[in-house]
Design a protein around this ligand. Structure first.
Ligand code: MSP
Length: 517
């Protein structure tokens, strides 16, 4: 039977900036979801990439005395590096300066034009280059010296030029209907309410082309105009799915996208403009847009001017890759804002990873290695305690699927850690080390049951910490093709007699070095 398809996207990142924790976080969340789905038998397409056009990038390149393409090549490379470094499993990496994207964008434009959704007029109003967004007078806030600022704090400039407009105002009712679709098209619910009140407040048509700079995709048939960078950027999701070849297997299989993952700051573009563009072009809108929260650093907003930007390369060097992946996914309810602190990171590493999971695996597997001739022991008759812990492991997946289906990633991790904690309780309660001479057969059974639960925990954590989980499964000698969710429960039970490798600790404790030395 053909596998069900699943298409997930990250926002494409502006190349005016080098990668920071915010970028790493969005892509990590997608990676974790993509891996979960692959383990669960789906044919996944996971897309990330870079957003390379627009005035902001043009200005950043000029500031560095580089031509825009050369500048984009360089910074886009850093984002690819980050993806490799953080073990992201993206299937494609799109750049908006690629030819496939130009073709797709222009095709989308034509479709919008042919359907009567685009008209030429004159734009006069406020524009923020930093946000690449238009603002109405009543949205502006006062800055220093009576200067007007965007609600995000970005500078705005007055723009007056000929411009193409998209008839956004015509799509309000369809958008409001789309927000009511089940399963939810916009999550968390608080964010859906936010966009829905924005739409109810009245939509104005959207200026979608500029004439005052040139770094972008020309409007077909009028190359004095460059497409508004958000149309260009949003269309990347279609391009990678094979658009404009809507009859291709790829497009039919993967479109509409299952999840567009975004940060809360770019929700309006994804949950108002984007579905409206698509509906207007006669293309199905995505199944879901999920907006996650923002990280602060030790309680303070992260910003270049405060000099407290968190470099993902540096924290991974210091704390370890899977440790950082675990922390970012475990620490904060997904969708809410969160605070990055060294103290919290170290606490998670030492308590959840080194103590709870690391010790459980190390103690049980070392006992097997020493006392059972390096082999998975025989499993004797099961007591109610043995059965209870096995049933917990065997039946956890249904619960996790439900949570992951609404992107409750941190709840998912918590539920897995409840199993880790129950298994620790079981191991301590059965105290197999007291049975070595008094009842070796019972000791063998307890060790078998514990190792079997550790096997399932390793599979269940592999979408969060792929390398560490693989090390645990290697130690248990589980075949590479027996590490999917279809191997959870009794079907995948460890085979007594299987040789195991000498266990080595997978989650070292973090010892704070004297940072002055
Ligand atoms: N280029 C646009 C997206 C176009 S998608 C069609 C863009 N790029 S961005 O590089 O500025 O931001 C990308 C993502 O990083 C956003 O989802 C944003 O929310 C996220 N983050 C930036 N700083 C962040 C934090 N401090 N914390 C969490 N995520 C944050 O917007």
């Amino acid at each position: 039977m053909a596998k069900a398809a699943f298409y997930i996207t990250t926002p494409i990142y502006y190349v005016n900036d080098i990668p920071h924790i915010g970028h790493a976080y969005t892509t990590l969340a997608c990676d974790v979801i993509a891996r979960f789905k692959r383990l669960d038998g789906y044919d996944v397409m996971f897309l990330t990439g870079t957003d390379e056009h627009g005035q902001k990038v043009e200005k950043s390149a000029a500031a560095k005395n580089k031509n825009p393409q050369e500048f984009c090549d360089e910074v886009s490379g850093r984002f690819r590096e980050l993806a490799r470094f953080m073990n992201f499993s993206n299937d494609d990496f799109i750049r908006t300066t690629e030819q496939r994207h130009k073709i797709s964008c222009q095709a989308l434009w034509r479709q919008l034009e042919d359907s009567g959704n685009i008209y030429l007029d004159k734009y006069s109003g406020w524009y923020s280059v930093r946000d690449e967004a238009y603002y109405a007078e009543n949205e502006l806030v006062p800055g220093e010296n009576g200067q007007k600022l965007a609600p995000t704090g970005a500078a705005v400039e007055w723009v007056e030029e000929e411009s193409y407009f998209f008839k956004l105002s015509a799509w309000a009712d369809d958008l409001l209907k789309w927000y009511q679709t089940v399963p939810a098209t916009v999550l968390p619910v608080s964010r859906r309410n936010e966009v829905s009140s924005f739409v109810k407040g009245g939509l104005r048509d959207l200026s979608i082309s500029r004439t005052s700079f040139s770094w972008g995709i020309p409007v077909p048939g009028n190359d004095k105009h460059i497409m508004y960078v958000w149309i260009d950027a949003l269309a990347n999701y279609l391009t990678a799915a094979g658009y404009p070849d809507v009859d291709s297997d790829r497009f039919r299989k993967f479109w509409p996208a299952d999840i567009h993952m975004v940060g809360k700051d770019i929700l309006r573009f994804h949950a108002v403009y984007w579905p409206a563009f698509l509906m207007a072009a006669g293309i199905e809108p995505p199944k879901r847009v999920f907006a996650h929260g923002w990280w602060t650093n030790e309680g303070r907003k992260i910003s270049k001017s405060l000099g407290n930007v968190i470099d993902p390369f540096a924290i991974v060097e210091e704390f370890g890759l899977d440790q950082v992946r675990y922390f970012l996914m475990r620490e904060v309810p997904f969708g809410k804002d969160g605070d990055f602190s060294r103290h919290a990171m170290i606490a998670r590493i030492n308590s959840d990873l080194a103590n709870d999971l690391g010790n459980l695996a190390q103690r049980s597997l070392s006992m097997i290695f020493k006392n059972c001739d390096h082999r998975i022991p025989e499993c004797g008759d099961l007591t109610p305690e043995d059965q209870a812990i096995l049933v917990k492991a065997d039946t956890l997946l249904a619960n996790l699927r439900e949570l992951m289906d609404c992107q409750k990633i941190n709840r998912t991790v918590e539920v897995i850690w409840k199993l880790v904690s129950d298994c620790n309780g079981y191991f301590a309660g059965q105290a197999p080390w007291t049975l070595k001479t008094s009842d070796p057969a019972r000791m063998a059974t307890v060790l078998y049951v514990t190792a079997e639960v550790v096997r399932q925990i390793a599979i269940l954590t592999s979408f969060i910490m792929p390398d560490s989980a693989a090390k645990l499964l290697d130690q248990l000698n589980v075949d590479a093709d027996q590490r999917g969710f279809d191997q959870l429960g009794p079907v995948g039970r460890l085979t007594p007699g299987t040789m195991i490798d000498k266990p080595e600790g997978v989650f070292p404790r973090y010892v704070e070095k004297d940072r002055d030395q």
